[in-house]
Design a protein. Sequence first.
Length: 360
Amino acid sequence: MTQVFNFSAGPAMMPKEVLQQAQAELLNWQEQQTSVMEVSHRGKLFMDLITQAEQDFRQLYYIPENYKILFLQGGARGQFAAIPMNLIGKKNKALYLTSGHWSATAAKEARLFCEIDEINILDQDPELKINRLDFSDIAEQYDYVHYCPNETISGVEIFDIPKVGNTTLVADMSSTILSRKIDISQFGIIYAGAQKNLGPAGITIVIVREDLIGNARQETPSIWNYAVQAKSDSMINTPPTFAWYLCSLVFKHLLKQGGLEGVEKCNQEKANLLYQYLDESSFYKNNVVKNNRSLMNVTFTTGNDELNAKFVAEATKAGLQALKGHKVLGGMRASIYNAMPIEGVQALIQFMKKFEAENN
Ligand SMILES: *Cc1c(COP(=O)(O)O)cnc(C)c1O
């Protein structure tokens, strides 16, 4: 069997070691003669699991003491609504920095709850480029400022943190969380659906500074209320226990790999290899400026729709799966999250060279 590499943007590949461990203990978790998904979420063993998971995540991502970590449901999109419900206060207005699909979608959802100002910070011509990150002159008018550090669809990443003075900064980190070191203390809230870098779909992590908890609008449903969830260990209703368990295994796995330093180094190496090849090639093109090229989602095109379709079809046959770009953008996208080994990127480049030679 040829080795298969899965470049899916999400749900994305999981570390093989994690899947193997889950398989090995599926029928008999912790000597219970039952699986982890069949035990009470309030039992001691599961409570121990979530305590350890939180501790590991805190250690991995260097999360300061004054932040709570919530494990919720509803995906990143659920947080698009939960953020305004929990953060809108006296100013009744928030600023959304838009740089692509996800930041714009977050802004649209937030409009259901309060007044929103939107600033587009993406230049598109001739290449995708972030043009502004200092908002300290206007941020004071807003209850919070929201942005998306990694636009998963276009492959645009924002490495510097926007300047917003003392205003709360909120970030949708769904496709960049745990991929590189960041200074958590710059943020009021960081949230991420798990299905890219943390585990399977169905669980969402919210890292929230403690002073931002407890100000939700009165009609906020309890599952979206950070104060309620923080007080009940993220268990105001039955949590997605199996997804939580898989995330706990991913955290242990990353710690074993040398923690965030090891992970970041590997991600840099993978992305550098691929972008370097793209820059050398006159056949493929990536249209993001160097400073905003995503470490996680690498977009490229041959510039010809038919050739792109042929590329995706032949790559699939060669064991390189899910390289088709998002439908709003076309072309190709290689998502190379934490779980993608460097061998996968090397195999992709090798295939790209061969395809180029045959179709140039
Ligand atoms: C995948 C993704 C989402 C959507 O996540 P859901 O969990 O499906 O709601 C939102 N934002 C970003 C940046 C994403 O990559």
